[in-house]
Design a binder for this molecule. Sequence first.
Ligand SMILES: Cc1cc2nc3c(=O)[nH]c(=O)nc-3n(C[C@H](O)[C@H](O)[C@H](O)COP(=O)(O)OP(=O)(O)OC[C@H]3O[C@@H](n4cnc5c(N)ncnc54)[C@H](O)[C@@H]3O)c2cc1C
Length: 382
Amino acid sequence: MSDAGLPNGADVVVIGAGVTGLSAAWWLARSGLAVVVLDKGIVGWEASGRNGGGASHYQSPLFAEEQRLWPQMDDLLGYPTEYVRERIIIQRDPALLDHYRAVGRMCTAMGYPVDDLDSRQAQELVPLTDETCLGGIHLRFGGHANPQRTVQAYAWALQDLGGRVIQHCQVSTIETKGGRASAVVTPRGTIACDALVVAAGPQTEALVAPLGIKFPLAAARAEMIVTEPAPLMKIGGVDGNGLYGRQTLRGNLAFGGGPHEWIGTTPEGPPGRPTSPLTRNLARRVAEMFPRAAKLNVIRSWAGVIENTPDGRPIIDRPADPGNVTVATMSGVGFGLSPASGHAIRDLVVDGACSFTDIAKLGVARFAELEPDWRERRGWAA
Ligand SMILES: Cc1cc2nc3c(=O)[nH]c(=O)nc-3n(C[C@H](O)[C@H](O)[C@H](O)COP(=O)(O)OP(=O)(O)OC[C@H]3O[C@@H](n4cnc5c(N)ncnc54)[C@H](O)[C@@H]3O)c2cc1C
């Protein structure tokens, strides 16, 4: 990444080199703006490089754009994301199978076809499962990509357009002048900006609070494990048994999924270490979902932090005051939605409104009446 000296200023400063900030920066650079992305660590070091890679968010207003863009992303960025189309959800529990069949009917009605699978069909498509799998659904859309490759792809594509990514550069304060954000302050110097995008994951709340923006977040630690390689399945994106994840192109099974631990956040970021009880719990559930891979060893595990809003939906907004600040957090679905969230942020910064879908539901105004003790009320306190 381009780490030589700090510039004095930029058209747009983006705080946060996760997928949300990087995608936004790339979209902004495509519009000809001079963009600088600052991160307290390195590109994708937080949730963006540690997630399951899933890209099938049928509940989101950004869904259609997510589905339109992913198949093109390798070409648009010029670097591989390892995107693989389609997804399967299998279940061993009859009630959950019924639930996902209903989800499948809803997606089909929206124009995104889903096939029901009986146990035999599920075993044909997911050969690592067995007859304990009652069946599932096959999403003829969606997919998954490699989070590490994707953050790098965004960063390199941004740099190819003249954008800058400055790592190990923590923003401590946002300066304002005349009702606008005028500069960001870092230990390495101050950078002036015409517009500011704050996409700092769990740290966003504390960064924008001094600007008078109410941005409620609760951080939760989640974990993932990776096994030795298994024989490659035709469709590597398989969810089930409370797990989300993917089979990598090498064959490793990379899976995560609850229980999540509520934690506090600090400016330096949350702890990243996995715990052995949760690692064992994940390994057991992976072995239950894929009985024919149950003997594989776990070779890696890690923790990451999910940035939850009170209603579980992302925030993407450009509040009226200060008028040149766009804020974004994705509440646990930010990887898959990143091509679309970046597009929406670009539209807010440049045009003041999203061009391709109605994102009014994602505004901060919905939290205006939120009780100060909302975390405790939900049992989400650290
Ligand atoms: C285990 C796990 C599994 C997941 N699985 C999926 C999945 O399958 N599909 C999906 O769509 N989503 C998934 N998610 C959620 C997804 O990873 C996040 O929603 C997404 O990565 C958020 O990206 P972001 O760029 O908004 O935030 P982040 O990735 O948190 O990036 C924010 C960046 O801001 C930087 N920063 C913070 N404060 C400052 C500061 N003061 N100055 C400078 N920089 C700062 C941080 O260092 C960080 O790099 C998962 C998350 C986890 C943890």
